[in-house]
Design a binder for this molecule. Structure first.
Ligand SMILES: [Zn+2]
Ligand SMILES: [Zn+2]
Length: 471
């Protein structure tokens, strides 16, 4: 176990550290000093030692955060833990209550260099945890009038603790650090409570990208689709724009036996649901990414009453802003046509939640060799663009950004998907043991993988063979 632990600890926290380290190292390399390589080696050795020393504390903090999850804009205790941590590290600046409960810390290195930012989100979800983790959450709260469990079902506890680890490691090396790092701990990534503002959009509006203004920003997201030790990234378009729509189909109520006295919103809603899918199939270019999904259909009180209204709610995912406009326009036209033909009417609220996230291509290319060096080329996976969204896009729409997937499923264990009660992010994703490859389960259904580009889909390239590990 000892040797395994050493292999692991060499790469601890690399999940978030490598892009940052790479940028700093690249800067040192690109600098005028001929001692660039020495500086790089010194920094790498320092990172290694600091990581070994700091991991137990970071894991401890992860357990505390996981055990005490807080919903968006209510991350009071989490924010306090973060701010206390940064202050204890001697950060140059620690700002709290940014955009509600956000924390921003600034660490200035002892050497000249660029200003870069890292971002972690801190909020949990109204989900009742059903994992076997010894530090599982039993917290309950009231959300939208209902009593619910609260859980870090999207892995934001991992994101926050990785970033606390990065802060600790870099603070311990600050004399060697070329440049300044801005640490952004964000509330409400999952969206603020109704009637409130929040998340990355508000942080940008509140000026977290100025004074000091970072030149680039990095972030990560957990995924149970990849093993611990693997990372995934997509240069260019990576995460879709997220829209949220609300529809009321309005008719006239009647007895179910006399439909001719009604204007039936159930029939109009059924036609609308089908017709809305023609936006995808008939209005969008076939190779253009786009999804229209209805997640809620609600109407009626009794089997023999035609109701007055039917409520629909759903989401649209796109990449191209023109396609986004097209979907919104066609949605209104279809609802107008269907309800007009049926003799009823409609109301549509179309809310644009998050823009698409584009990973800066030059920055992605610059990071790739470092990722490969650190976790092994086979464990760096070029993932397809996702129709999922992330409000990191508000940052990366302002400055070059790089956002990647961190594998969180330990081989031999099972995890539910993100946002499910059985999502089980393993501690080792924080310590990223990398080349300690699994001996079983590779390519089986026990661990799913993100969709890959053609030619990478055989499942064998994800994990390096165990034989290679210690040689
Ligand atoms: Zn989420
Ligand atoms: Zn998330």
């Amino acid at each position: 176990m000892r040797s395994r632990r050493m292999v692991g600890s060499r790469l601890v926290l690399v999940g978030a550290l490598w892009p940052l380290g790479a940028l700093l190292i690249s800067t040192a390399e690109a600098g005028a000093q001929p001692a660039g390589a020495d500086a790089q080696a010194r920094l790498a050795a320092g990172i290694e030692a600091a990581v070994d020393r700091l991991v137990p504390e970071i894991i401890e903090e992860r357990h505390r955060i996981h055990r005490n999850p807080e919903l968006g804009n209510r991350e009071v205790e989490t924010a306090k833990l973060v701010a206390d941590h940064l202050r204890a590290l001697g950060f140059d600046e620690v700002h709290t209550e940014i955009s509600h409960t956000g924390v921003v810390g600034v660490l200035r290195g002892g050497k000249p260099g660029p200003i870069v930012a890292v971002r972690a989100d801190m909020d949990a979800l109204p989900v009742t945890e059903r994992t076997d983790l010894p530090f599982k959450s039993t917290v309950r709260t009231t959300y939208l009038g209902q009593e619910v469990g609260v859980m870090h079902a999207c892995g934001h506890d991992i994101h926050t603790s990785v970033q606390l680890g990065v802060a600790a490691v870099l603070a311990s090396l600050r004399d060697e650090l070329p440049g300044t790092v801005k640490f952004i701990f964000q509330p409400a990534e999952e969206g603020p409570p109704p009637g409130e503002e929040g998340g990355a959009e508000l942080m940008v509006a509140d000026g977290v990208l100025v004074d000091p203004a970072p030149e680039a920003i990095f972030g990560l997201h957990s995924t149970p689709e990849l093993y611990v030790g693997s990372v995934g990234y997509t240069p260019g378009p990576a995460l879709a724009a997220v829209d949220h729509f609300y529809i009321e189909i309005l008719g006239t109520q009647s007895h179910g036996a006399w439909p001719h006295n009604s204007v039936d919103p159930v029939v109009m809603a059924a036609q609308a649901i089908g017709a809305l899918q023609t936006i995808r199939s008939r209005n969008m270019p076939p190779l253009e990414p786009g999804v229209v999904s209805i997640g809620i259909v609600r109407g009626g009180e009794r089997f023999n009453i035609i109701p007055e209204r039917v409520y629909l709610e759903g989401t649209v995912r796109t990449y191209d802003p023109e396609v986004r406009d097209l979907v919104e326009r066609r949605m209104a036209e279809i609802l107008e046509g269907v309800t007009g033909a049926g003799g009823g009417s409609y109301e549509l609220i179309y809310d644009r939640v998050t823009p698409a996230n584009f990973n800066d291509v030059a920055l992605s290319e610059r990071m790739a060799p470092t990722m490969e060096r650190v976790v092994g080329a086979e464990s760096v996976i070029r993932t397809d663009p996702s129709m999922g969204g992330e409000d990191f896009a508000f940052f990366s729409n302002e400055i070059p950004g790089f956002f990647y997937w961190l594998g969180t499923t330990k081989p031999g264990t099972e995890s539910g998907g993100l946002h499910t009660p059985t999502y089980r992010g393993d501690d080792e994703s924080i310590t990223t043991p990398s080349v300690t490859a699994p001996t079983t389960g590779v390519g089986t259904a026990s661990v799913r993988r993100l969709p890959l580009h053609a030619g990478e889909a055989d499942g064998s390239s994800q994990v390096r063979a165990l034989d290679d590990t210690d040689s």
